[in-house]
Design a protein around this ligand. Structure first.
Ligand SMILES: [Zn+2]
Length: 453
């Protein structure tokens, strides 16, 4: 009977049959695992609708649009599921203004008995749309089992999966011990200072023992942490003169060319040769890397409707922003010294070379221990749900774990969620519905392992 029912549910048979299987589950000796599995599969349509709704709220960052709207949507949903909620504005954090307030939501559902709290944290912001889309980036089209849109995999699909996991768990195990928290936070894509960092500074993780961040690291992987990052602006200086007599001035763009030459000849090969023991994916990120984020030199670009020609000037300023990602084996001082060493070298070898370097931000690498309780619990659930051992990885980019680790002082934190990492920030980003279902089963199983005695 059990086997027949499972088969009929897998085949997507009438929901009446599915509901009956839940009601009579225990009298047929069904295990809790199966009951929880069914409770999630029954919510498939709800999961799709929830994900689509979240994608349709365009929470673009920058500038940080519609944070209040998405928090209010989540507030209605989670109040309805029996959570107590708090909407928290991160006053005074970078980007916070009356026009673009940094709103966050934290929801908590207490259990019937004392115990650990598991916190699911998802960021609600998404990055710019960019070019190359073949579907509406905020249309939430469901095509062949995939929901498309900006933020579908990074990370509204993960947020939806964690909500469905919690709601299914609450239905099956209303008498649980401890507490479940779900947060939707701002600004992860720009550093998380108006989101998780603010919450951590204001004590929101004090009563939390386990944190799962449903970032899109793939449904069979536990992400233990991330590489570090160092961001800086470098400016080279010159002297303005008439463009027909460049020898009377000093071209800041050519000086920057020399900087880039040093990077190409020395820095990039040195970084590529370094390998980390961190299990970073994809493979290319197991070395140190650097992106030249932007370059601006000379006259400011005119608006598109300007029809004039440029004036003839030697540029006296050129600026780049560098985005240097480093390994747990490197220190921030080494990273900084390597770049300034090259710049100082140019100062002694290149005539009239002068520069300034402004640090914009830095983040140290973060790695959770392989034996941490949340790691072991989620890994065991991945094996149970997917029938293969979990893979342990680290993320090439930083995410909000850094704030939970350093400000919240909580080491028992991982990223685990549905979605293909390589689709994040790309055109035609999507999330697979089956992947969300599977990862919701893993999350709900982890809730059961930790919160049900
Ligand atoms: Zn993300």
């Amino acid at each position: 009977m059990l086997i027949d029912l499972t088969a009929c549910i897998r085949n997507g048979d009438a929901t009446g049959g599915i509901a009956a299987s839940v009601v009579f589950a225990n009298s047929w000796g069904m295990s809790d695992t199966h009951t929880l599995t069914h409770a999630i599969e029954n919510r498939r349509d709800d999961l799709i609708a929830l994900t689509q709704d979240l994608i349709r709220i365009p929470t673009l960052n920058p500038p940080g649009e519609n944070y209040r709207e998405i928090c209010e949507y989540l507030n209605r949903r989670l109040l309805n599921s029996g959570f107590e909620t708090k909407l928290v504005r991160a006053h005074g954090t970078p980007g916070d203004s009356e026009k673009y307030p940094r709103w966050n939501i934290v929801a908590r559902r207490e259990g019937a008995h004392a115990g650990d709290c598991i916190h699911f944290n998802s960021h609600t912001d998404v990055v710019e749309v960019g070019n190359g889309w073949t579907v509406d980036p905020f249309g939430s089209d469901l095509i062949d089992g995939k929901i498309y849109g900006r933020g579908a995999c990074d990370m509204k699909g993960g947020l939806a999966a964690s909500i469905i996991a919690a709601e299914a768990f609450l239905e099956v195990h209303p008498d649980f011990s401890g507490a479940i928290e779900i947060s939707g936070t701002a600004d992860e894509e720009s550093g998380g200072y108006g989101g998780v960092a603010y919450l951590a500074e204001h004590g929101f993780f004090k009563n939390v023992q386990h944190v799962i961040i449903p970032e899109p690291l793939n449904k069979d992987r536990v992400c233990l942490g991330h590489r570090g990052g160092w961001w800086a602006e470098i400016e080279t200086f010159g002297e303005i003169a008439h463009g027909s007599m460049p020898f009377l001035g000093d071209c800041a763009v050519r000086h920057m060319g020399a900087v880039l030459g040093e990077f190409e000849d020395k820095l990039f090969p040195a970084m590529a040769a370094r390998r980390t023991d961190m299990p970073v994916v994809p493979e290319g990120a197991r070395s140190s890397t650097m992106n030249i984020n932007s370059i601006h030199g000379g006259q400011a670009e005119q608006s598109d409707d300007f029809t004039g020609l440029p004036a003839h000037c030697v540029p006296d300023s050129c600026r780049i922003v560098i985005d240097r990602r480093f390994l747990v084996e490197e220190s921030l001082d080494q990273v900084r010294d390597e770049v300034t060493g090259l710049l100082e070298g140019l100062k002694s070898t290149r005539q009239k070379f002068d520069y300034s370097l402004t640090e914009l931000n830095s983040v140290l690498p973060s790695m959770t221990d392989r034996d941490a309780p949340v790691v072991k619990t989620v890994a065991a659930q991945i094996e149970q749900v997917l029938g293969r051992p979990a893979e342990f990885v680290a993320s090439p980019g930083t995410y909000d774990q850094k704030h939970i680790d350093r400000i919240g002082k909580l080491k028992n934190c991982i990223a685990y969620g549905p979605g293909i990492l390589e689709l994040a920030h790309k055109p035609d980003e999507y999330i697979g519905v089956d992947d969300m279902i599977d990862s919701a089963k893993v999350m709900a199983g982890a809730l059961r392992e930790i919160l049900v005695g």
